[in-house]
Design a protein around this ligand. Structure first.
Ligand SMILES: [Zn+2]
Length: 244
């Protein structure tokens, strides 16, 4: 729906397209006034009632804000910076991240080769190490699977189990010479050597660049760990599919 607003002072007509905050539909109709005088609208697709973005006194309810915040977070902008740019609270930005739900699924069943590496992260302070172990397909730049845990055999095995449970096959698997990888992939065609894991190491750089400021040091531990996982889920989805 396009609405026309008249400015009393400048006599300029502005046309604004209204989107439903829930389903982004433009099939909108007027639906009376709110008790405090603002025009109310109704989405004809999902029946959500809302006030137009132009009339909001708090920007946190803006219909396209969620997508914008997610895109900023996944491009490496920190929580506080996003809050400042969008003039919303830090809690609003965090709630967008925490309530996001992005899960990647493998694009293929069979891969000619996969590179696997471990990736060191921390939550809150450097004592709280959380290890990411993931599989990467260099030719397509796809993150094929990932698991979280300690830097040990168990976590490395969790990744192989994760790939197998999704029915993924690969001709060859490349890793560095870490003992746990040697043990876990011994029954596969496993090739060890840094020269074969350049693809995933380049991707590690990309992750450091993209996710570096997604967490604040003042949250409690469990919350932060959850936010931590959410930030990576979001980044992996964005890397694989290119959109949010
Ligand atoms: Zn709607």
């Amino acid at each position: 729906m396009a609405i026309k607003e008249k400015c009393l002072f400048l006599c300029v007509k502005i046309t604004i397209t209204l989107y439903c905050p829930d389903c982004q539909s433009t099939k909108i109709k007027k639906n009376g006034k709110k008790t405090y005088g603002k025009q109310n609208y109704l989405c004809k697709t999902c029946f959500r009632q809302f006030i137009g973005d132009h009339a909001l006194s708090y920007k946190g309810c803006h219909s396209r804000l969620t997508q914008k915040i997610l895109k900023m977070l996944v491009r490496g902008i920190g929580i506080r910076d996003v809050a400042d740019i969008e003039t919303v609270s830090e809690n609003k930005v965090l709630s967008v991240l925490v309530n996001s739900n992005y899960i990647i699924t493998p694009k293929q069943q069979h891969y000619d080769s996969l590179e696997v590496d471990e990736f060191w992260t921390y939550v809150g302070n450097k004592k709280n190490k959380v290890w990411l172990i993931y599989a990467y397909h260099r030719a397509t730049g796809e993150i094929v699977g990932y698991v979280w845990g300690k830097r040990n055999y168990k976590t490395a095995k969790k990744l192989r189990d994760n790939l197998k449970s999704k029915g993924i096959n690969y001709d060859v698997i490349y890793t560095d010479n870490w003992d746990s990888f040697i043990a876990v992939f011994q029954s596969d065609n496993h090739i060890i050597g840094k020269e074969n894991t350049k693809g995933i190491e380049g991707n590690n750089c990309r992750l450091r660049h993209r996710i570096r400021r997604a967490y604040r040091k003042t949250c409690c531990f469990s919350k932060k760990l959850f936010n931590h996982f959410k930030a990576f889920d979001l980044a992996f989805f964005y890397i694989n599919y290119g959109f949010i």
